[in-house]
Design a protein around this ligand. Structure first.
Ligand code: CMX
Length: 135
């Protein structure tokens, strides 16, 4: 299993509009999409940096994963996402290697991606996402 590239880096923020303004006005990037992912209890904003994206994450629920993360650890890098081919098969392989999966079956993420997370306790403290375009 070799990830193709870093699809995105997820960054937890308290206020999406304020964070978007920073990425646009200071870094000069353009926010090309804002999307709510109900299943993940987040509102997301996307920027492209070459082939990789920055995904800003604002929680829509204090009890959601990003709400709890900000409460416990504050704003900052929340996860790293690798683009892969044949996500279901890769999840099986990774689990066989003793890594704890958060999602055994891929879910629908932002941007019509199929996504699945590995537990940060199994990945040296980095919440790791695999994602695959199905279209
Ligand atoms: N990165 C690294 N460590 C993290 C973490 C993160 N993003 N989120 C939580 N942790 C740590 C916690 O600090 C805690 O560590 P300690 O035990 O040392 O305190 C440990 O993981 C367990 O945390 P917890 O609070 O007991 O468990 P949670 O209920 O917060 O769940 C996690 C943590 C990772 C299982 C949960 O956040 C999850 O299922 N995440 C996957 C889904 C997700 O993050 N969705 C949002 C993004 C969606 C998108 O990109 O579209």
């Amino acid at each position: 299993m070799i990830p193709e590239y870093i699809e995105h880096i997820g960054i937890a923020v308290k206020n999406l509009d304020e964070a978007i303004a920073y990425y646009e006005n200071v870094l000069g990037l353009k926010c090309y999409a804002v999307e709510e992912v109900k299943d993940q209890k987040v509102k997301t904003a996307f920027f492209k940096v070459g082939q990789t994206k920055i995904e800003l994450l604002e929680t829509t629920d204090p009890e959601g994963p990003v709400g709890k993360f900000i409460e416990k650890r504050g704003e900052g890098v929340h996860h790293i996402a690798f683009s892969v081919k044949d996500l279901p098969e890769i999840l099986k392989q990774v689990e066989q290697k003793g890594v704890e999966l958060i999602d055994k079956i891929p879910k629908k993420g932002a941007e019509e991606l199929e996504i699945a997370f590995l537990h940060p306790k199994s990945t040296f403290g980095v919440l790791t996402e695999f994602c695959e375009y199905k279209k």
